[in-house]
Write a protein that binds this ligand. Structure first.
Ligand code: CP
Ligand code: NVA
Length: 326
């Protein structure tokens, strides 16, 4: 897994002489050990239960939030989250910085490290995010790239833990397109010992390097990471059914073709009936109702999609706290 390995090497450099997660980056779930993920999950729970305790934890700290793609949840939760920790943020859109065109990624990194305490970036290529982190001596957090969405995965497993106590005893099924959200979920499931079955059409599997890495981690943790082209097989006896858009940001030209290819992977009442009776429904949002999921499923009592969205706030506060605190 070239990109994640690169981010790991660089994180190791940033880590030199530092305690815990302070000063590190979070570009990939694989940047964190199982113990570090568990620590962030515990901190997330405390932050959610006792937010006032943390209201001055990052006093005076400034985050730059770089968005090269649209966002509701990530932008709102990072902006509100840093504020609730006593810090502040500045939003940088393509209209402001035009990353890599108006100015090189290197120059942006070298400027921002002198002005702010941390960077969150949502961009296209994972290499852009990795390069920014390589050149900046301040922590960089991946707010979504084409390859991974690690903050989403952290909030997602936290959400599952609010409903199910033992992640090692459940089957998490992801059905739809093998994308950035899938990749981060596979890595976090592998790290936490969960069984994850990914159901996608043959041509839309998760990338092989992530599959290989997740399986290698699973060997050590007792997790199982499996793939099938059969949506019913993926859904069978699942404790959680997760889906995401069939057309991720940047793939809009393929939307019509994808709607046909993914039709059998729609999470509807028929497909959901193969899951465990009490199965949860999850989606990172935004949802395309009537495409990857029907109203009856996303609006059902078993759907936890808005809880997931809220948990982005608590989980990212925990991540920022671990990376940025003195
Ligand atoms: N799930 C998620 O990242 O949502 P946004 O694209 O709205 O930030
Ligand atoms: N896979 C989606 C996730 C959106 C939060 C995308 O990249 O557009």
């Amino acid at each position: 897994m070239k990109n994640a390995t690169k981010s790991k090497d660089k994180s190791a450099k940033k880590r030199a002489g530092k305690k815990g997660l302070r000063g590190r980056d979070y570009l990939s779930v694989d940047d964190l050990s199982t113990a570090e993920i568990k620590r962030i999950l515990e901190l997330t729970a405390d932050i959610k239960a006792r937010p006032k305790k943390y209201r001055r934890s990052l006093e005076g700290k400034m985050m730059a939030l770089i968005f090269e793609k649209p966002s509701l949840r990530t932008r709102t939760t990072f902006t509100v989250g840093i504020k609730q920790l006593g810090g502040d943020s500045i939003l940088l859109t393509p209209a402001d910085i035009n990353l890599g065109k108006r100015e090189s990624v290197y120059d942006v990194a070298k400027n921002l490290e002198r002005m702010v305490d941390g960077i969150m970036i949502r961009t296209f290529g994972h290499d852009i995010c990795a390069s920014l982190a390589d050149h900046a001596c301040i922590p960089v957090i991946n707010g979504l790239t084409d390859l991974e969405h690690p903050c989403q995965a952290m909030a997602d497993v936290f959400t599952v833990l609010e409903h199910r106590k033992n992640l090692k005893k459940l089957k998490l099924s992801y059905i739809g397109d093998g994308n950035n959200v899938t990749h981060s979920l596979m890595l976090i499931a592998a790290k936490l010992g969960t069984t994850m079955v990914v159901g996608t059409p043959e041509g839309y599997k998760p990338v092989q390097s992530i599959m290989d890495r997740a399986c290698a981690i699973a060997e050590e943790t007792g997790a199982k990471i499996l793939w099938t082209a059969d949506p019913v097989e993926a859904a069978r006896e699942a404790d959680v059914i997760y889906t995401d858009t069939w057309t991720s940001m940047g793939q809009e030209a393929e939307a019509a073709e994808r709607r046909k290819i993914f039709a059998a992977y729609q999470v509807n009442a028929a497909l959901f009936s193969h899951a465990h009776e009490r199965a949860l429904f999850m989606h990172c949002l935004p949802a395309h109702r009537g495409e990857e999921v029907t109203d009856e499923i996303i609006d059902s009592p078993q759907s936890v999609v808005f809880q997931e969205a809220e948990n982005r706030l608590h989980a990212q506060k925990a991540i920022m706290l671990e990376l940025l605190r003195e």
